[in-house]
Design a binder for this molecule. Structure first.
Ligand SMILES: C[S@@+](CC[C@H](N)C(=O)[O-])C[C@H]1O[C@@H](n2cnc3c(N)ncnc32)[C@H](O)[C@@H]1O
Length: 256
């Protein structure tokens, strides 16, 4: 029979009370440790905040998307670009003057096609200058490579660009021309954004195109201006003298 004497607690009860006190003490020390740890100063070099996540980049890219149709890139015969009357109708020398293309300039002809503008620019800039012929059609680039050899123009470089990136080296050009090409660019705002780093201080970007709805090998000029502004370009001049070549406008931008 367990008889409890109030003055002399039994040994089992004593052991139980002792264990409880030890456990309480441990718990109190652990809590105190946490509180102290939380008051430690921040490390001198905090872990850097993470780079923009893939989803942030996707958001940036999706904000550059355009909400309109574009034309299928031309892939037919190159002879249509070589009409002998084109030089005068388009007033190509005037176009080059406006874009500041001169001896020694570095120029990009984007959507170069047969190289019609490429070879004219190459003759103007001379051996001290350079012309990049940028195309997404590798067959057209082979044609331009052969043409530059045949015409003895060693200052032409062909570049197989991406639909949304001209892949030009940084700060490589003083002038860029998109001749009847803008309406074919699938993501023009993104493309223009990626074009900017290739432009040197003061470089000009010319866009010659015809009025249209986007999918009919033409594009409204105001839309081009708005898209270029979205990508950080400022309209500095516009001309209509290119009309006789069945193109309606010539817009000139510089990078903001
Ligand atoms: C209508 S042709 C004009 C050719 C040339 N500029 C001319 O007028 O003599 C348009 C050219 O742009 C090219 N093109 C379309 N999208 C392009 C892009 N994102 N980058 C480079 N070239 C592109 C096509 O392959 C095609 O050769």
């Amino acid at each position: 029979m367990n008889v409890r004497d109030e003055g002399n607690p039994e040994p089992g009860l004593l052991l139980h009370l002792l264990l409880r006190s030890v456990l309480s003490l441990h718990l109190a020390l652990a809590l105190l440790g946490c509180a102290v740890a939380n008051q430690q100063p921040r490390p001198a070099n905090p872990i850097p905040s993470p780079r923009p996540s893939a989803s942030t980049e996707t958001n940036e890219r999706s904000s550059d998307r355009i909400d309109r149709s574009t034309s299928e890139p031309y892939s037919g015969s190159l002879s249509i670009f070589e009409d002998p009357k084109r030089e005068d109708r388009l007033q190509v020398n005037r176009v080059m003057d406006i874009l500041g293309i001169k001896t020694g300039s570095h120029v990009a002809d984007v959507g170069a096609g047969s190289g019609w503008f490429t070879v004219r620019a190459a003759k103007r800039v001379g051996s001290g200058g350079l012309v990049y012929a940028v195309e997404i059609n590798s067959e057209y680039l082979k044609h331009i490579d052969k043409r530059s050899k045949d015409e003895n123009l060693s200052n032409i470089r062909t570049i197989l660009g991406k639909e949304d990136d001209p892949l030009l080296p940084e700060k490589s050009v003083d002038a860029v021309l998109l001749l009847k090409t803008y309406h074919e660019i699938g993501e023009p705002v993104r493309w223009l954004r990626r074009m900017r780093p290739a432009m040197r201080e003061g470089a000009l970007l010319g866009i010659i195109d015809r009025t249209g709805k986007g999918d009919d090998h033409g594009i409204d000029r105001d839309l081009v201006v708005k898209e270029a502004q979205r990508a950080g370009f400022v309209l500095v001049e516009q001309h209509d003298f290119v009309r006789p070549d069945e193109v309606d406008y010539f817009l000139v931008f510089h990078a903001r």
